[in-house]
Design a binder for this molecule. Structure first.
Ligand code: 13P
Ligand code: SF4
Length: 306
Protein backbone atom coordinates (compact mmCIF):
# COMPACT_ATOMS: atom_id res chain seq x y z
CA UNK A 1 0.00 0.00 0.00
CA UNK A 2 2.71 2.48 1.06
CA UNK A 3 4.86 1.24 -1.84
CA UNK A 4 2.05 1.82 -4.33
CA UNK A 5 1.44 5.34 -2.94
CA UNK A 6 5.15 6.19 -3.22
CA UNK A 7 5.22 4.83 -6.77
CA UNK A 8 2.17 6.88 -7.77
CA UNK A 9 3.55 10.12 -6.33
CA UNK A 10 6.89 9.55 -8.04
CA UNK A 11 5.24 8.82 -11.38
CA UNK A 12 2.84 11.76 -11.08
CA UNK A 13 5.80 14.06 -10.42
CA UNK A 14 7.72 12.63 -13.37
CA UNK A 15 4.76 12.86 -15.74
CA UNK A 16 3.77 16.38 -14.75
CA UNK A 17 7.28 17.60 -15.59
CA UNK A 18 7.46 15.59 -18.79
CA UNK A 19 4.05 16.81 -20.00
CA UNK A 20 4.34 20.36 -18.67
CA UNK A 21 1.21 19.88 -16.56
CA UNK A 22 -0.15 21.56 -13.47
CA UNK A 23 -2.37 19.76 -10.98
CA UNK A 24 -5.09 21.95 -9.56
CA UNK A 25 -7.28 20.78 -6.71
CA UNK A 26 -10.45 22.06 -5.11
CA UNK A 27 -10.47 22.29 -1.31
CA UNK A 28 -12.97 19.40 -1.17
CA UNK A 29 -10.48 16.90 -2.61
CA UNK A 30 -9.08 14.13 -0.42
CA UNK A 31 -5.92 15.01 1.53
CA UNK A 32 -3.61 12.94 -0.71
CA UNK A 33 -4.68 14.95 -3.74
CA UNK A 34 -4.39 18.29 -1.95
CA UNK A 35 -0.85 17.31 -0.92
CA UNK A 36 0.37 16.75 -4.50
CA UNK A 37 -1.45 19.71 -6.09
CA UNK A 38 0.25 22.84 -7.42
CA UNK A 39 -2.65 24.85 -6.03
CA UNK A 40 -5.52 24.04 -3.66
CA UNK A 41 -8.26 26.67 -3.61
CA UNK A 42 -11.92 27.60 -4.10
CA UNK A 43 -13.67 27.82 -7.48
CA UNK A 44 -12.82 31.49 -8.00
CA UNK A 45 -9.11 31.25 -7.23
CA UNK A 46 -8.84 28.12 -9.37
CA UNK A 47 -10.57 29.90 -12.28
CA UNK A 48 -8.13 32.81 -12.07
CA UNK A 49 -5.17 30.42 -11.82
CA UNK A 50 -6.28 28.49 -14.92
CA UNK A 51 -7.02 31.68 -16.88
CA UNK A 52 -3.42 32.83 -16.46
CA UNK A 53 -1.82 29.40 -16.74
CA UNK A 54 1.40 28.90 -18.70
CA UNK A 55 1.63 25.09 -18.54
CA UNK A 56 0.37 23.04 -21.50
CA UNK A 57 -1.86 20.68 -19.52
CA UNK A 58 -4.24 21.31 -16.60
CA UNK A 59 -5.22 18.26 -14.56
CA UNK A 60 -8.35 19.39 -12.74
CA UNK A 61 -9.02 17.51 -9.51
CA UNK A 62 -12.57 18.59 -8.83
CA UNK A 63 -15.87 18.16 -10.64
CA UNK A 64 -16.91 18.54 -14.24
CA UNK A 65 -18.15 22.16 -14.23
CA UNK A 66 -14.82 23.29 -12.76
CA UNK A 67 -12.77 21.54 -15.46
CA UNK A 68 -15.14 22.91 -18.09
CA UNK A 69 -14.70 26.44 -16.71
CA UNK A 70 -10.92 25.95 -16.87
CA UNK A 71 -11.22 24.91 -20.53
CA UNK A 72 -13.39 27.94 -21.31
CA UNK A 73 -10.84 30.25 -19.66
CA UNK A 74 -7.81 28.50 -21.18
CA UNK A 75 -9.08 27.01 -24.45
CA UNK A 76 -5.62 26.41 -25.88
CA UNK A 77 -4.68 24.10 -22.97
CA UNK A 78 -5.42 20.43 -22.66
CA UNK A 79 -7.74 20.16 -19.64
CA UNK A 80 -8.08 16.74 -18.02
CA UNK A 81 -10.64 15.59 -15.46
CA UNK A 82 -9.20 12.43 -13.84
CA UNK A 83 -12.64 11.02 -12.98
CA UNK A 84 -15.06 11.00 -15.89
CA UNK A 85 -18.17 10.76 -13.68
CA UNK A 86 -17.23 13.47 -11.16
CA UNK A 87 -20.20 15.79 -11.65
CA UNK A 88 -22.17 18.26 -9.55
CA UNK A 89 -25.83 17.43 -8.82
CA UNK A 90 -26.61 21.13 -8.38
CA UNK A 91 -25.19 21.97 -11.82
CA UNK A 92 -27.43 19.20 -13.22
CA UNK A 93 -30.53 20.87 -11.74
CA UNK A 94 -30.62 23.40 -14.59
CA UNK A 95 -30.54 23.12 -18.38
CA UNK A 96 -30.01 25.79 -21.03
CA UNK A 97 -33.58 25.15 -22.27
CA UNK A 98 -34.99 25.70 -18.79
CA UNK A 99 -33.07 28.93 -18.41
CA UNK A 100 -34.22 30.18 -21.82
CA UNK A 101 -37.79 29.56 -20.69
CA UNK A 102 -37.23 31.52 -17.46
CA UNK A 103 -35.67 34.40 -19.44
CA UNK A 104 -38.84 34.57 -21.55
CA UNK A 105 -40.89 34.98 -18.38
CA UNK A 106 -38.64 37.84 -17.17
CA UNK A 107 -37.56 39.62 -20.37
CA UNK A 108 -36.07 42.61 -18.51
CA UNK A 109 -33.93 40.61 -16.10
CA UNK A 110 -30.21 39.95 -16.46
CA UNK A 111 -28.98 36.42 -15.77
CA UNK A 112 -26.39 35.82 -13.08
CA UNK A 113 -25.27 32.20 -12.97
CA UNK A 114 -23.31 30.42 -10.30
CA UNK A 115 -20.17 28.85 -11.71
CA UNK A 116 -21.65 25.49 -10.61
CA UNK A 117 -23.40 25.10 -13.98
CA UNK A 118 -22.75 23.61 -17.42
CA UNK A 119 -21.05 25.50 -20.27
CA UNK A 120 -24.42 25.55 -22.10
CA UNK A 121 -26.09 27.29 -19.14
CA UNK A 122 -23.19 29.76 -18.84
CA UNK A 123 -23.61 30.52 -22.54
CA UNK A 124 -27.19 31.67 -21.81
CA UNK A 125 -26.03 33.88 -18.93
CA UNK A 126 -24.87 37.49 -18.71
CA UNK A 127 -22.39 36.99 -15.91
CA UNK A 128 -21.05 34.17 -13.77
CA UNK A 129 -20.29 34.30 -10.05
CA UNK A 130 -18.69 32.06 -7.46
CA UNK A 131 -19.50 31.94 -3.77
CA UNK A 132 -16.58 34.25 -3.00
CA UNK A 133 -17.45 37.02 -5.46
CA UNK A 134 -21.26 36.84 -5.85
CA UNK A 135 -21.89 39.82 -3.54
CA UNK A 136 -19.18 41.97 -5.09
CA UNK A 137 -20.23 41.19 -8.68
CA UNK A 138 -23.95 41.75 -8.09
CA UNK A 139 -23.34 45.00 -6.21
CA UNK A 140 -21.16 46.22 -9.08
CA UNK A 141 -23.91 45.56 -11.65
CA UNK A 142 -26.21 48.48 -12.48
CA UNK A 143 -29.19 46.18 -13.19
CA UNK A 144 -31.75 45.62 -10.44
CA UNK A 145 -33.80 42.71 -11.77
CA UNK A 146 -31.72 39.55 -11.75
CA UNK A 147 -32.43 35.91 -12.51
CA UNK A 148 -30.10 34.01 -10.21
CA UNK A 149 -29.41 30.35 -11.04
CA UNK A 150 -29.12 27.56 -10.09
CA UNK A 151 -28.46 27.81 -6.31
CA UNK A 152 -31.49 29.18 -4.47
CA UNK A 153 -29.56 29.22 -1.19
CA UNK A 154 -26.65 31.31 -2.45
CA UNK A 155 -29.26 33.46 -4.22
CA UNK A 156 -31.21 33.97 -0.99
CA UNK A 157 -28.00 34.92 0.82
CA UNK A 158 -27.12 37.50 -1.86
CA UNK A 159 -30.69 38.85 -1.78
CA UNK A 160 -30.49 39.27 2.01
CA UNK A 161 -27.30 41.31 1.64
CA UNK A 162 -28.45 43.37 -1.37
CA UNK A 163 -32.00 44.54 -0.59
CA UNK A 164 -31.81 47.03 -3.46
CA UNK A 165 -31.81 44.14 -5.98
CA UNK A 166 -34.73 41.97 -7.04
CA UNK A 167 -33.49 38.38 -7.35
CA UNK A 168 -35.61 35.78 -9.09
CA UNK A 169 -34.30 32.41 -7.91
CA UNK A 170 -33.94 29.13 -9.77
CA UNK A 171 -34.98 26.19 -7.59
CA UNK A 172 -31.60 24.41 -7.32
CA UNK A 173 -29.42 23.50 -4.37
CA UNK A 174 -26.37 21.53 -3.31
CA UNK A 175 -27.53 18.24 -1.74
CA UNK A 176 -24.50 18.21 0.57
CA UNK A 177 -25.02 21.70 2.08
CA UNK A 178 -28.81 21.79 1.82
CA UNK A 179 -29.23 18.90 4.24
CA UNK A 180 -27.69 20.72 7.24
CA UNK A 181 -30.58 21.31 9.64
CA UNK A 182 -31.12 24.17 12.10
CA UNK A 183 -31.66 21.62 14.90
CA UNK A 184 -28.21 20.09 14.20
CA UNK A 185 -26.59 23.52 14.26
CA UNK A 186 -28.23 24.39 17.58
CA UNK A 187 -27.12 21.08 19.04
CA UNK A 188 -23.47 21.45 18.01
CA UNK A 189 -23.47 25.10 19.16
CA UNK A 190 -24.66 23.89 22.56
CA UNK A 191 -21.85 21.32 22.66
CA UNK A 192 -19.20 23.93 21.75
CA UNK A 193 -20.55 27.28 22.97
CA UNK A 194 -17.18 29.03 22.61
CA UNK A 195 -16.66 27.95 18.99
CA UNK A 196 -17.31 30.24 16.01
CA UNK A 197 -19.64 28.84 13.37
CA UNK A 198 -18.26 29.28 9.83
CA UNK A 199 -20.38 28.21 6.90
CA UNK A 200 -20.73 28.15 3.14
CA UNK A 201 -23.56 30.19 1.55
CA UNK A 202 -24.89 27.02 -0.12
CA UNK A 203 -26.53 26.23 3.25
CA UNK A 204 -30.21 27.12 3.73
CA UNK A 205 -31.11 30.69 4.83
CA UNK A 206 -32.21 29.46 8.28
CA UNK A 207 -28.79 27.91 8.84
CA UNK A 208 -26.95 30.90 7.37
CA UNK A 209 -28.70 33.15 9.93
CA UNK A 210 -26.96 31.23 12.74
CA UNK A 211 -23.44 31.70 11.33
CA UNK A 212 -20.66 33.90 12.68
CA UNK A 213 -19.08 33.98 9.24
CA UNK A 214 -20.40 33.11 5.76
CA UNK A 215 -17.89 32.54 2.96
CA UNK A 216 -16.46 30.40 0.19
CA UNK A 217 -14.23 27.48 1.13
CA UNK A 218 -11.10 29.60 0.72
CA UNK A 219 -12.62 32.45 2.72
CA UNK A 220 -13.56 30.06 5.53
CA UNK A 221 -9.96 28.81 5.64
CA UNK A 222 -8.55 32.36 5.62
CA UNK A 223 -11.01 33.52 8.29
CA UNK A 224 -10.07 30.68 10.64
CA UNK A 225 -6.38 31.37 10.09
CA UNK A 226 -6.50 35.06 10.98
CA UNK A 227 -9.09 34.75 13.78
CA UNK A 228 -7.99 34.99 17.41
CA UNK A 229 -10.65 32.40 18.30
CA UNK A 230 -9.42 28.90 19.09
CA UNK A 231 -12.44 26.74 18.24
CA UNK A 232 -14.56 26.57 15.09
CA UNK A 233 -17.55 24.60 13.88
CA UNK A 234 -17.25 24.15 10.12
CA UNK A 235 -20.38 24.10 7.98
CA UNK A 236 -19.05 22.99 4.63
CA UNK A 237 -17.72 19.87 2.94
CA UNK A 238 -15.23 17.86 5.02
CA UNK A 239 -12.32 18.38 2.55
CA UNK A 240 -11.58 21.82 4.03
CA UNK A 241 -10.65 20.15 7.33
CA UNK A 242 -7.35 18.97 5.80
CA UNK A 243 -5.99 22.48 5.26
CA UNK A 244 -7.65 23.90 8.39
CA UNK A 245 -6.01 21.33 10.65
CA UNK A 246 -2.63 21.35 8.86
CA UNK A 247 -2.28 25.12 8.98
CA UNK A 248 -3.71 25.79 12.44
CA UNK A 249 -2.30 23.15 14.77
CA UNK A 250 -3.15 25.18 17.87
CA UNK A 251 -6.84 25.51 16.93
CA UNK A 252 -9.67 22.99 17.11
CA UNK A 253 -12.13 22.34 14.28
CA UNK A 254 -15.41 20.46 14.52
CA UNK A 255 -17.14 19.39 11.31
CA UNK A 256 -20.82 20.41 11.45
CA UNK A 257 -21.93 16.81 10.73
CA UNK A 258 -19.89 13.69 10.04
CA UNK A 259 -21.68 13.03 6.73
CA UNK A 260 -20.87 16.43 5.28
CA UNK A 261 -19.30 14.96 2.19
CA UNK A 262 -19.63 15.52 -1.55
CA UNK A 263 -19.35 12.04 -3.11
CA UNK A 264 -18.31 13.46 -6.48
CA UNK A 265 -15.45 15.45 -5.00
CA UNK A 266 -14.19 12.28 -3.34
CA UNK A 267 -13.92 10.25 -6.56
CA UNK A 268 -10.46 11.50 -7.54
CA UNK A 269 -7.57 9.38 -6.24
CA UNK A 270 -3.81 9.22 -6.80
CA UNK A 271 -4.51 6.27 -9.14
CA UNK A 272 -6.88 8.37 -11.26
CA UNK A 273 -4.49 11.34 -11.40
CA UNK A 274 -1.69 9.00 -12.50
CA UNK A 275 -3.95 7.42 -15.14
CA UNK A 276 -5.05 10.87 -16.26
CA UNK A 277 -1.49 12.09 -16.82
CA UNK A 278 -0.34 8.84 -18.37
CA UNK A 279 -3.19 8.48 -20.87
CA UNK A 280 -4.38 12.09 -21.27
CA UNK A 281 -7.82 11.27 -19.88
CA UNK A 282 -10.51 12.47 -19.62
CA UNK A 283 -10.07 15.41 -21.93
CA UNK A 284 -12.63 18.19 -21.51
CA UNK A 285 -13.81 19.89 -24.68
CA UNK A 286 -16.48 22.53 -25.16
CA UNK A 287 -18.03 23.24 -28.59
CA UNK A 288 -16.59 26.48 -29.95
CA UNK A 289 -19.86 28.45 -30.22
CA UNK A 290 -20.82 27.53 -26.63
CA UNK A 291 -17.30 28.27 -25.41
CA UNK A 292 -17.27 31.77 -26.91
CA UNK A 293 -20.62 32.68 -25.31
CA UNK A 294 -19.82 31.05 -21.97
CA UNK A 295 -16.47 32.83 -21.94
CA UNK A 296 -18.19 36.22 -22.02
CA UNK A 297 -20.01 35.46 -18.75
CA UNK A 298 -16.80 34.28 -17.07
CA UNK A 299 -14.82 37.26 -18.39
CA UNK A 300 -17.48 39.61 -17.02
CA UNK A 301 -17.14 37.90 -13.64
CA UNK A 302 -13.36 38.40 -13.67
CA UNK A 303 -13.83 42.03 -14.66
CA UNK A 304 -16.50 42.88 -12.05
CA UNK A 305 -14.72 41.10 -9.22
CA UNK A 306 -11.46 43.04 -9.58
P1 13P B 1 -16.30 27.33 -3.56
O1 13P B 1 -16.66 28.37 -4.54
O2 13P B 1 -16.33 27.82 -2.16
O3 13P B 1 -15.05 26.68 -3.92
O4 13P B 1 -17.44 26.20 -3.58
C1 13P B 1 -17.64 25.37 -4.66
C2 13P B 1 -18.57 24.31 -4.35
O5 13P B 1 -18.84 23.45 -5.15
C3 13P B 1 -19.19 24.37 -3.06
O6 13P B 1 -20.03 23.31 -2.89
FE1 SF4 C 1 -21.80 20.37 -6.28
FE2 SF4 C 1 -22.38 20.51 -3.69
FE3 SF4 C 1 -20.49 18.86 -4.52
FE4 SF4 C 1 -20.11 21.50 -4.54
S1 SF4 C 1 -20.39 20.20 -2.76
S2 SF4 C 1 -19.59 20.07 -6.16
S3 SF4 C 1 -22.16 22.22 -5.09
S4 SF4 C 1 -22.68 18.76 -5.02
Amino acid sequence: MVERKDFLIKEINRLRKEKDAVIVAHTYQIGEIQDIADIVADSFALSKYCASQKAKVIVFCGVNFMAESAKILAPEKMVLLPERTAGCPMADMITAEGLIEMKKQHPNAVVVTYINSSAEVKAESDVCVTSSNALKVIRAMPEKEIIFAPDKNLGAYVASQCPEKNLILWDGYCPTHHKIKVSEVLEIKKLHPDALFLIHPECTPDVVKLADFVGSTKEIIEYAKQSIAKKFVIGTEMGVMHQLKNENQEKTFYLMASGLMCPNMKKTTLESVYNSLLNNVFEINVPKDILIRARKSLDRMLELSK
